[in-house]
Design a protein around this ligand. Sequence first.
Ligand code: NAP
Length: 475
Amino acid sequence: METELFIGGKWVPASSGSRFDVLDPATGDVIASVADGSEVDAISAVEAAAAAGPAWAATAPRVRSEVLRKAFELMTERASELAKLISLENGKALVDAKGEVTYAAEFFRWFAEEAVRGEGVLATAPSGANRILVVRQPVGVCVLVTPWNFPAAMATRKIGPALAAGCTVILKPASDTPLTALAMAAILAEAGAPEGVVNVLPSRSSGKVVSAMLRDQRVRKLSFTGSTEVGRTLLAQAADTVVNTSMELGGNAPFVVFADADLDAALEGAMIAKMRNGGEACTAANRFYVESPLADEFARRLAQRMSGLVVGPGTDEKTQVGPLVNEDTVAKVDGLVRAALDSGAEAVTGGSRPEGPGYYYPPTVLTGVAADAPILREEIFGPVAPIVTFNGEEEAVRLANDTEYGLVAYVYTADLSRGLRVSEAIDAGMVGLNRGLVSDPAAPFGGVKQSGIGREGGHEGLLEYLESKYIALNW
Ligand code: NAP
């Protein structure tokens, strides 16, 4: 497969000639070496995107739509090889990787459909003196920065709406998972995206490369998915050139189970909300709050389900939980669990890092976790479920909101009016009510508080790449 930079429709080596290694998280072995883009390459990519911009913006929406539709079809045809690639560089189990490919391809299909629904506004001014015409125009050149945990879906969730809107893009993928991004570039080129419309720039110098692009006045949009920490830095940088930003940042999802909940459904939802992608998801349930009467049984049965999962290399068909992506991630998970155990928590299952190669961590359930434990404050990003008990609706909402994050929350109850009341009271951009999965290309995905700004997917996702221009007119 291609391992060079993709700039202006061509595969090119890094201007410095340097390359970096991509590792297999199951073994730590090198699986590929990829061109290492520099600031010089970043500016070449901006040039290519800026040059392609006017023609792409003027391309008929139907034609832009068909490029995305074709990309959806190619991804679907090649789902199995793409899933293997994702699993190989990210470590996730094939079953999760296949799910990701389907989810990722759906963003191309959804935005192929949205591309031809370009609406504006025509209104009469309240004074009656004139008409108000509002047209939507593409923002312009977009820099897209994506994380390693969903290397395909986080890219298509940005590229889909950007191309539908008539923008051109430079995708800077996470350096742990550049291969999937390069495969996306090849698919989009084959689908008919003209030269320069999509550029992909793997780099080990992400900070420098992204800063260089943000300083370039031709760049008009930054869409970032990643940690809140890096998001803050990029928001500050984007302020210098007043670049339009969308931020999909970290999460710390509460999973609230009321005593009247259907326990089987809550356990099923918990397994999905916690274990999809091995826990390496911004939407992963991070804190389980279970009402006292159900808490012991919930913990026992969750531990039973978690301990039955097959852990192994992601590329093995039998595997249900692959290794974590890298050493830093597994060390962080291990540190959070140790700190919780040191302050009195009990591991009902799992709880210690195994010896041997690869970045494995066992599915773990903790009870008796102290309210101030770091594991309840920080994103775990691994297969660990800390359980805390509560009593009553008021306490549930207070605990759920006791975080700087606000991406998603999960609520299980048989009382629909309580479910809706609590859903409205929790500070989060999304709520799964009696459901452990919220992600859907047709729905607006995003967070409040320090989980981000803006929405991806749904109708809102397209608007992030459009500017509203108002024309006052008389006739
Ligand atoms: P990260 O460290 O913030 O990295 C995200 C991306 O930013 C990567 O491409 C990274 O490149 C790049 N980057 C790192 N430092 C940078 C800098 N100073 N300037 C510009 N770019 C920089 O996050 P991650 O560890 O890859 O991903 C996990 C995080 O993503 C979690 O916090 C998770 O919650 C969040 N996430 C959020 C959503 C959402 O929709 N809200 C979805 C998925 C993930 P390198 O790889 O080269 O460092």
